[in-house]
Design a binder for this molecule. Sequence first.
Ligand SMILES: Cc1cc2nc3c(=O)[nH]c(=O)nc-3n(C[C@H](O)[C@H](O)[C@H](O)COP(=O)(O)O)c2cc1C
Length: 179
Amino acid sequence: MHILGISGSLRAGSLNTSVLEAAASLAPDGMAVSLYRGLAGLPHFNPDLDVEPAPPAVVDWRSLLKSADGVLFSVPEYAHGVPGSLKNALDWVVGSGEFVDKPVAFFHASPRGTFAHALLAETLTVMSARLIPEANVTLSILKKGITADEITTDAAMSGALREGLRGFARRRQSASLST
Ligand SMILES: Cc1cc2nc3c(=O)[nH]c(=O)nc-3n(C[C@H](O)[C@H](O)[C@H](O)COP(=O)(O)O)c2cc1C
């Protein structure tokens, strides 16, 4: 099972990116989590450009999404909204449909971004993604610049992430058995 991790932050010391990097190292047997690093390289979405052939960065983004068995997001809130670079990436796949029926869970670094988290869930729902709420994990990271290693070696945080990953795998497996 290959899971694509998408951090909504471009910041070098991003807490949300650290959470996904920690999730990648905590993934159970049979699951691999890799991070999408192309958010900043996508062109601004413009429906006039949403034609064949798509820009190369968009082709890459769509193909990574298409081949993923599921997607994990970790996203900060900016001005009560989803960071623009992430929304831009999502706009590129509204028409092409890579999120249709895609299992999705949220591993956010902080509970403070309630507006962004709700808006992201709404956008993915309207794009027909399959949200798996029982796999969601929201940490309360207060330490600035925390590294993935520090999260991985913290018993409470790594336990919560492991539980979320196992929940994701369970739901993913039961869904594929029933289809
Ligand atoms: C431009 C900007 C706007 C922000 N707006 C909010 C906000 O509306 N609500 C909130 O809870 N935090 C807000 N924050 C704080 C970030 O969500 C917080 O610092 C988060 O940890 C950043 O995630 P990262 O470490 O993954 O980059 C804002 C930060 C920035 C830079």
